[in-house]
Every structure is written in C-alpha cells, then in structure tokens.
Write a protein that binds this ligand. Structure first.
Ligand SMILES: Nc1ncnc2c1ncn2[C@@H]1O[C@H](COP(=O)(O)OP(=O)(O)OP(=O)(O)O)[C@@H](O)[C@H]1O
Ligand SMILES: [Mg+2]
Length: 248
C-alpha cells in the first residue's frame, strides 16, 4: 500500500535578514508515522516548526497538510485543520489553573463548556495531571509544565502533533513515560513529528529521522541508517552515540 502523506514540506526556505535558517528543506511525514527532526543547536528545527504551524511565513516553498496547502495560513487555521504543536519554551497561561489551560485547547472543537470540560478531564488523565487540575499553571514543576503543553495541544484533537523538545529537563522515568505516551498517541492514529536532543528516547520510537544541519537537510532515513551516517555523526551525533548504538 502506498503511504499517505500527512505533511509535505516542499523546498522550504526561511530567512532572517541575511541568515538562512532553513534552506530548501523537503521531506514528508506519512499518516501514522513518528518522524523525528534532529540536528545541532541553531540547525533550524524550531524555525521549521514555526513555518509549518503558521507562526512564520516561509520565504519560499510550500507546506501541504492532509492534502491542503497551508503555506502562510494562521496558527489558528492550521490547528483547526488538525495540526498542532508544543513550544520549546513552555508557554502555560500562568495565572490560570491546569484545567483551564487544557480547556483553552478543548474549546477549539467544543464551544459548549460542558463538552469542553469532558474533553479536558480525559486529557488530564492521559497526561497524568488530574491531581493537579486546580493548581495555577505557573507553579508547576518543569516536568509538569511539559505535560501541560502536550495536554493543551492534545485537547485540540489533532490529526498530527509536533513536539519541540517536550522531553528536555525530564528525568529517566519521565522520559520513559513521554516515550510511552508518544507510542500510545501513534497507536491511536495521531501522526507525530518530534524535535528532540535525547537520542536514547527518540531513536527507539521513530519510524524515520530527518537531520538538519545549518538549515539544510543532510539525512532522512530509518534510525539505524541515520545513526551510522558519517555526515550526521560528524555534524551532530558524535562518536559516543555512534559507538553505543553499534554495540547494542
Ligand atoms: N526570530 C528570529 N530572528 C532572527 N534569527 C532567528 C530567529 N529565530 C531563530 N533565529 C536563528 O535561526 C537559526 C535557527 O534557529 P532555531 O531556533 O530554528 O534552531 P534550532 O534547531 O531549533 O536550535 P535548538 O536545538 O537550539 O533549539 C539560528 O541561527 C537562530 O539564531
Ligand atoms: Mg529549537
């Protein structure tokens, strides 16, 4: 069966003045896949997320989501179509409770409060925040803020979810939970694009890995191939992860 593309990134270039943050980047994420986007600091990963989700309009190129051209559309429009993301720098609505934060996501598809509340309760369970639902979001630990980010995105009932370093700052147990959550969401039919620096977490769960370096795509393959790709090792992975992954 031919894989169905959920997200198609076609020759996307994004510039800030003279700085080319994304240069002619193309790749596809198929329905039901977990694809990871990796690369060194400043490679252009977050910039690409911002282009895809309508926070930036790319300088050139096209972004197709579920068959529709979304290039230059607003984040709200894109979310309504079913594509949503979390932020590398968590953005909880600090003076609102955890539950109210989740509700802001749930209202996208549930304008009636009672319906939105029901969705929010389900999401609180999924992200393990039920016990903290009445706490102000600003007082959460970083791990819980990351969970809240995912919860708020999930509450919009996305077809595809994009996570920007949702595991950064988590301990081993929390990382394992986050990995399990990604697999669970995938099994429920949500397509995932994940930006992450924790290779031990993403290599085992990714169907494919796309590598950016200095704004350009340098690899796009299954994890085993990417971890042994000389250019990727040189630009990002280093010998350490390479050696470790070879042994196991
Ligand atoms: N709003 C902006 N204005 C100007 N330059 C920017 C802006 N956003 C990003 N950049 C620059 O674009 C390049 C890519 O940055 P980006 O944040 O996309 O990298 P990244 O791959 O997400 O890095 P990290 O792994 O550190 O999060 C960097 O050189 C960065 O300084
Ligand atoms: Mg980033």
């Amino acid at each position: 069966m031919m894989p169905k593309p959920m997200l198609e990134i076609k020759n996307v270039t994004m510039k800030f003045g003279n700085l080319v943050a994304n240069q002619d980047v193309s790749f596809t994420v198929n329905k039901g896949e977990i694809v990871s986007l990796i690369g060194p600091n400043g490679a252009g990963k977050t910039t690409l997320f911002n282009c895809i989700t309508g926070f930036y309009k790319p300088y050139s190129g096209k972004i197709i989501f579920d068959g529709e051209d979304i290039t230059g559309k607003t984040p709200y429009y894109v979310a309504k179509l079913g594509l949503t993301r979390t932020f590398q720098i968590v953005k909880p609505l600090k003076d609102m409770t955890v539950k109210e934060n989740i509700l802001t996501g749930a209202f996208l598809r549930n304008p009636v409060r009672a319906q939105a509340e029901k969705v929010a309760q389900e999401i609180l369970e999924i992200v393990h925040l039920t016990d903290k639902s009445d706490i102000l979001a600003g007082s959460l630990t970083i791990a819980d803020k990351k969970r809240l980010e995912i919860g708020r995105a999930l509450a919009t009932d996305p077809k595809m979810l994009m996570l920007d370093e949702a595991m950064a700052g988590l301990n081993q147990t929390e990382i394992k939970e986050a990995m399990d959550l990604c697999l669970k969401l995938r099994d429920e039919g949500i397509t995932l694009l994940i930006v992450e620096h924790i290779m031990e977490a993403i290599m085992p769960i990714s169907d494919r890995v796309v590598v950016l370096n200095a704004g350009k795509k340098i690899a796009d393959d299954v994890p085993e191939k990417v971890t042994n790709n000389e250019e990727v090792i040189k630009a990002y992975l280093g010998e350490r992860y390479h050696a470790k992954s070879k042994k196991s």
